[in-house]
Design a binder for this molecule. Structure first.
Ligand code: FEO
Ligand code: CA
Ligand code: CA
Ligand code: CA
Length: 597
């Protein structure tokens, strides 16, 4: 009798079923432990987390923030170039936003008309945003712990930052805080992240527009095109005093140095943080454009080549961008400057499977012509970058289904991007083929130029998310072991397997066929795709980084128990019993302590 040889799989684990349990589900042979949950003491007086959420604003500034998102593990010797240590490093974690119901003992205190009344509560909220840098160490059993280190650092919504690139000093960047337009206060809504070839961390400002109000009859285009509304997400601007009034960007005086109209223009950027130097001022790099930056990824960089990176604008019908530095990368020089001089492009996906990168640069003749044709004026390149979305509209880029994370296949060199969903799509096109698109998809492209710096590419769709008989990968329908929706986080492991994380919400999460949010692994060489992890109730799966030996994978479990009130928690992860839910990093190991896959 003949036996069919079993196909060689590069996913040697049993796919797990969907789950609605309030726990982490993993295949047999893997373990997942919560690590540095919101409120973990890391600096200063190392204040302990108080279960009733009564920690003060100052405590919060010395503890990890809320809602962990993008993250990167820097081996402790990464600075000297080798970067191979796997048992000791800096874990740098974004804290995207907050849930005021869970951040305070009884939720936020509000006046009868819904305004904020407690300044310390709002200060705590601002301090729960930003980034944490934590020095961590692994013992011989694979257990991680936080070291009391002078490198540990909290960056928050008030940490001073420097502005670099073409918009530095621009009239539209001049504020009461910085009349010269060269500095800014804090970073907000830090969603996904990136890391540079020279060992620094990049944190991306995504839904910052929701923190600023504008009451003007006709707000300026650098506010309106980004969706700044009359009211804000948390109402910080309803308190008096400079520290809160800066979130009201209405025109109130005869000069931008006497009101806060330009404050939002100092947000929407990619921010560089040197994790190895706790005294270094973070830098907002304006050459990378201003939009709802999800994350940023770098093309493989050889010494002597120009730097190329990609970033998506996560909002319905927004764009995917690419940046090419003017000067080449040279190890051991001041490479941070490479992020300040270069050309920003936006993607047009043509129906025939080709694509073009359109320069958003006043020196580019096609861009000049497009501006003239559309009757749009920019006085200088700084103004183009402050109005990146408008510049991309003018150039004629392809409106996408909410671009989230990108990742580059280390084997084929193709660039992959998640398009999470788009209920607002009215007309399908080749690159966004479903209208509306409730489930999302993953697109990929190959650059025509080997060094990624050229203006042409060829694209295809890798995966259409969805339920069985609807979702597809490489012409095969998805099955029980790999149905998914709303792909968001994306990462290639060193062997070229694609890790996909989901961020479903609303009805899709509560009553869809997909269960709780999840992480899958997909092999682009075969299309084989298996569910690897399911998250607790209400949580999104996001953030992903590994140690160089691949024995530890770190991911983030963001907003478990979303929709909880201060009186009723819909999840108790990770502490169990009747405890309040807390976002946390999840440390994933093989139970035999060998490399993950
Ligand atoms: Fe914060 Fe687009 O996810
Ligand atoms: Ca995301
Ligand atoms: Ca998302
Ligand atoms: Ca999120």
């Amino acid at each position: 009798t003949e036996t069919t040889p079993s196909p060689i799989t590069r996913l040697p684990f049993e796919a797990i079923p969907i789950s609605r349990a309030d726990s982490i589900q993993l295949p047999e042979g893997f373990s997942g432990e919560a690590f540095i949950p919101w409120g973990t003491p890391i600096t200063g007086r190392y204040p302990s987390f108080l279960e009733d959420a009564s920690n003060t604003a100052q405590d919060q500034a010395e503890q990890t923030g809320m809602h962990h998102d993008g993250m990167h593990f820097f081996p402790i010797d990464a600075q000297v170039g080798a970067g191979k240590r796997s048992d000791h490093g800096l874990l740098v974690v974004n804290h995207e936003y907050i849930d005021p119901q869970l951040l305070h003992p009884n939720g936020p205190t509000l006046s009868t008309v819904g305004e904020r009344t407690n300044a310390d509560e709002v200060r705590k909220e601002i301090n729960a945003h930003g980034v944490s840098v934590v020095e961590i160490q692994r013992d011989s059993r694979g257990r991680w712990s936080v070291l009391p280190s002078t490198r540990n650092r909290r960056i928050t919504g008030v940490t001073p930052m420097r502005i670099e690139g073409p918009a530095r000093g621009h009239a539209l960047m001049q504020t009461r805080y910085s009349p010269s337009g060269t500095t800014s206060r804090g970073t907000l809504n830090n969603c996904a992240s990136g890391h540079t070839p020279w060992g620094t961390y990049l944190t991306c400002e995504e839904n910052w527009a929701g923190y600023f109000s504008n009451q003007d009859a006709e707000p300026p285009r650098e506010h309106s095109r980004y969706g700044i509304q009359k009211t804000t997400r948390y109402g910080w601007e309803t308190l008096t005093g400079d520290e809160f009034q800066r979130f009201d960007a209405s025109q109130q005086a005869d000069s931008p140095l006497k009101d806060y109209r330009n404050e939002p223009n100092t947000f929407g950027w990619v921010v560089e943080i040197d994790p190895f130097n706790p005294d270094a001022t973070p830098i907002k790099h304006t050459a990378l454009g201003r939009f709802a930056h999800e994350g940023i990824i770098f093309a493989p960089t050889e010494p002597g080549q120009r730097l190329v990176c990609y970033s998506g604008d996560d909002s319905a019908n927004e764009y995917i961008y690419k940046y090419v530095s003017r000067n080449p990368y040279r190890p051991r020089s001041d490479n941070s400057r490479l992020l300040d001089e270069g050309i920003l492009y936006v993607a047009r996906f043509n129906a025939d499977g080709t694509g073009d990168w359109l320069a958003l640069d006043l020196r580019d003749p096609d861009f000049q012509k497009a501006c003239t044709a559309k009757g749009v004026q920019f006085s200088d390149q700084g103004e183009v970058l402050i109005n990146t979305r408008l510049a991309a509209d003018v150039a004629g880029a392809t409106k996408m289904d909410r671009p989230e994370w990108g990742a580059i296949n280390p084997i084929s060199g193709e660039v992959y991007f998640t398009l999470t969903n788009n209920s607002a799509r009215k007309t399908a096109d080749a690159a966004n083929p479903r209208s509306p698109n409730p489930y999302g998809h993953i697109i990929r492209w190959q650059e025509s130029s080997p060094d990624y710096s050229g203006t042409h590419f060829n694209w295809s769709i890798y995966l259409l998310a969805g339920p069985e008989q609807e979702g597809q990968i490489q012409e095969q329908f998805l099955q029980a072991e790999n149905i998914l929706a709303s792909p968001d986080g994306l990462w290639f492991d060193p062997a070229g397997r694609l890790w996909i994380q989901t961020d479903m919400s609303g009805d899709q999460l509560s009553s869809g066929p997909f269960g709780n949010n999840q992480m899958l692994v997909s092999d682009p060489t075969t299309g084989e795709t298996k569910r690897f992890l399911v998250a607790p109730i209400g949580a999104e799966v996001t953030g992903i980084t590994a140690t160089p030996d691949f024995r530890t994978l770190f991911i983030n479990i963001q907003h478990p128990g979303e929709g909880s009130t201060s009186k009723r928690f819909t999840s108790h992860w990770p502490s169990g019993e009747d405890k309040r839910p807390r976002s946390a990093t999840l440390v994933i190991n093989r139970t035999n302590n060998r490399p993950l896959i």
